[in-house]
Design a protein around this ligand. Structure first.
Ligand code: MSP
Length: 498
């Protein structure tokens, strides 16, 4: 078993204006990458942009600029946002980069040499917006507005040849498609005969793409090109040791709408090219804004991205991670955002820090008191903290991020209760040593909670750890140094007044 962890997001369409969907998947990947890094796993996190296809060319033409220039100018909308959201990706790939084009051509040639590409004339229904041939069933679904009949000579990938091998692989590897209901959806889809995949577009119709290595009159279908980014970045064909280190990917994170491309097209392409399949493709649900309280007519539609400007990045990251059960849809509402923020972050988390630091400043010259010998109540807090730490790995392996967060929050609430029960603010008047032990215990529990939540809220938790003058991101009991001076800090999570 390799000990490395490699996670990817979809590469987003360069034309898109970044929205909650892009932000969510990228934050999720970032949180997972940070969790694994904290657990000392060698981690590689990739995101990037999908820059080929008709729509990009059109948008450039409308702006009156060269297509490549158009792409270059659109990139900062994403990269600036990732900086703002504290995204810690290790690489950023663009499909118009030479390194990527070479790998795509390499794979196309290999698949061709393996006898899995043929040329044929095909007449069928073509969706202009989707840029692909669609089936009669899809045409009837009403999901496609701009269908036209098209007769064209094209290159096809023999996807059907790998249908049974793919079914066998999915069945033998229960984690290959997650969550379970998505796996069943794809197995259902694969009960019908699988069509071959049209992987070319004639340049007479579209010339913004990667030229086929075996026919210069065609460019590559954008999905065939895009999926390959996942192996370009770690160094397929260019840096063997790096590629072997990271591939197969631990997770391709995707939204549920791009399940078929990732779980049918991608694995069959890899099979044909004789490359190992990724370990897991995980499809998350959608953020819905359908709540009746938020409607255009009422004029109270919120853009989740605006919340970042109003309340900061970390609270939004927290909300997105806490509120969505991975794999299911979730409702985004202002009410639930404020509720979560005020109850979890302001009341429980922020309040514990301000209580502890106020008392230490007032009674111990601002220095962390000595823990002394812990008695039963303190040991309970300590043990509960250690259990949280030891459960972390499994919870994250099982993608239970919201549960992990809730466990830490419950822990924080139990520490608040412990403080109320032992009232160090009263005790300090008669027994300074015992009050010091309580404050040390609460502060250390708070430090551990902050380290545990640091993947979700990297900036605010680092403010907290710094306020406690603990330099370490230690996941053990006893990271605080008695005698260290607390540092001043702004209120971590000021209450949102409604
Ligand atoms: N370019 C392709 C992916 C190629 S990967 C080899 C693509 N790009 S995209 O820009 O449309 O990607 C958007 C991503 O955001 C998808 O994963 C999609 O599921 C996700 N979301 C879009 N809207 C969403 C929500 N409202 N909620 C959560 N995620 C959703 O597809």
């Amino acid at each position: 078993m390799k000990d490395t962890f490699y996670i990817t997001t979809p590469i987003y369409y360069v034309n898109d204006k970044p929205h909650i969907g892009h932000a969510y998947t990228t934050i999720l990947a970032d949180v997972l990458a940070r969790f694994y890094r904290n657990m000392n796993r060698d981690t590689f996190f990739l995101t990037g942009l999908d820059e080929h296809g008709q729509k990009v060319k059109q948008a450039a033409a409308e702006r009156g600029v060269e297509t490549q220039q158009h792409c270059d100018e659109m990139v900062p909308r994403f990269t600036d946002l990732w900086t703002k959201l504290h995204i810690s990706n290790d690489d950023f790939i663009r499909t118009t980069e030479i390194r990527h084009k070479e790998v795509v051509r390499n794979i196309l040639q290999t698949v061709m040499n393996n006898g899995d590409i043929y040329k044929a004339e095909y007449e069928g229904l073509y969706s202009v917006s989707e840029e692909r041939f669609i089936t009669d069933k899809e045409a009837e679904s009403g999901d496609f507005q701009d269908i036209k009949k098209l007769k064209e000579k094209n290159y096809f990938f023999k996807m059907s040849k790998y249908q049974q091998t793919l079914v066998d692989h999915i069945e033998a590897n229960p984690k290959f498609i997650q969550p379970e209901h998505r796996k069943n959806e794809i197995l259902g889809f694969l009960r019908q005969p699988l069509n071959d995949l049209c992987i070319s577009r004639p340049k007479t119709r579209l010339n913004w793409g990667i030229e086929l290595p075996f026919d210069s009159h065609y460019v590559t279908y954008v999905w065939f090109d895009a999926l390959i980014n996942y192996i370009t970045s770690p160094g397929f064909g260019t840096n063997e040791s790096s590629f072997n280190k990271w591939w197969p990917a631990s997770y391709h994170l995707i939204g549920k709408d791009i399940l078929t491309t990732h779980t049918v097209y991608w694995p069959t392409i890899l099979m044909s090219a004789r490359i190992d399949l990724p370990k897991s493709i995980f499809a998350h649900g959608w953020w819905l804004m359908a709540d009746s309280k938020m409607s255009k007519s009422q004029g109270n539609v919120i853009n989740p991205m605006d919340l970042i400007d109003d309340y900061g990045v970390d609270p939004v990251r927290y909300y997105l991670m806490r509120e969505m059960v991975l794999g299911q849809d979730a409702n985004f509402t202002m009410e639930s955002f404020i509720k979560r923020y005020n109850s979890d972050l302001a009341n429980d988390f922020g309040n514990l820090l301000s209580r502890v630091s106020t008392l230490i400043k007032k009674n111990y010259d601002g220095k962390i008191p000595e823990p002394g010998d812990l008695n039963e109540s303190e040991n309970k807090i300590k043990d509960a903290g250690l259990i949280l730490i030891s459960n972390l790995g499994n919870k994250i392996e099982e993608m239970k991020i919201n549960e992990t967060i809730e466990d830490v929050m419950q822990y924080i609430r139990s520490v608040n209760k412990y403080m109320e029960k032992h009232a160090p603010w009263k005790l300090v008047k008669e027994d300074k040593e015992s009050a010091g032990r309580i404050l040390y215990t609460a502060a250390e529990a708070l430090r551990i909670s902050a380290v545990l939540l640091s993947p979700v809220m990297p900036k605010r938790t680092s403010v907290l750890i710094d306020a406690l003058n603990a330099s370490d991101a230690l996941l053990q009991w006893g990271g605080l140094t008695p005698g260290n001076h607390l540092r001043d800090h702004h209120p971590l999570f000021p209450r949102i007044k409604i």
